[in-house]
Write a protein that binds this ligand. Structure first.
Ligand code: NI
Length: 224
């Protein structure tokens, strides 16, 4: 399931993030890639020891984690510290699946859902789409600044070569409370239906039963 999340960051937050990134030190992105991904990765990332990380994460992670669509679609349990990546003309990230387990020894997590948050506008660069293999074929995605796309970390994906301008993104991973992608999709669809019905028929007993079913399905499937 691919879910796009509109307006994760406000215009003001985007401005702050862009200003912070302008003075940032970037390093070769291959340093953070696993053995297989390293061969196909060509970009630059904010140095992990950069002092800016904390400030950026406060803005980006809080907004993403608290976004109702992210919550409902990803059901996040553990969240990774994001990478801030920059792609210049000629840079790309070839076909890969994301590393299955990330984080330091004391705080390891499984990657179930990947998120790419776009930090600049699509007309600021050419190419640079994220291309994801999904059940309904190849999806090419390039969203407006401040919006995000989530996709299963195990799905084949790549970043098309940037041919003009600069592509700026934040990329992060989550271990979900519900490991199985099909179960997550079912819960997400049931959640959307439940919300729509609650709005339409706030006092209806049958709607309350649907709500209870969602809650108890979550209890049945959640792993912590
Ligand atoms: Ni990836």
């Amino acid at each position: 399931m691919l879910v796009s999340i509109p307006e994760v960051l406000s215009k003001q937050q985007l401005k702050s993030v862009r200003e912070l990134l302008e003075n940032a030190d970037y390093v070769d992105g291959r340093l953070s890639a696993g053995k297989t991904a390293r061969k196909v990765k060509k970009n630059h990332e904010l140095a992990t020891d950069s002092k800016l990380h904390g400030q950026l994460n406060n803005i980006v992670m809080n907004s993403l984690f608290n976004h109702p669509v992210y919550q409902a679609a990803v059901l996040p349990h553990r969240l990774a510290t994001p990478f801030y990546a920059r792609y210049e003309p000629g840079e790309a990230y070839g076909q890969h699946v994301d590393d299955p387990v990330m984080g330091p020894i004391q705080g390891r997590y499984r990657t179930d859902v990947s998120t790419t948050l776009f930090l600049n506008e699509p007309d600021e660069y050419a190419g640079g789409e994220i291309v994801i293999q999904s059940q309904i074929g190849e999806q090419k995605i390039k969203l407006s600044a401040g919006s995000a796309i989530t996709y299963p970390s195990g799905s084949l994906h790549k970043v098309a070569e940037v041919t003009k301008g600069t592509r700026l993104v934040a990329v992060t991973w989550a271990q979900s409370l519900v490991r199985d992608a099909e179960k997550r999709e079912l819960l997400f669809n049931l959640h959307k239906t439940r919300e729509a019905l609650q709005k339409k028929y706030p006092d209806d007993d049958e709607v309350v039963k649907i709500d209870h079913t969602y809650i108890n399905l979550m209890r049945m499937w959640a792993e912590i």
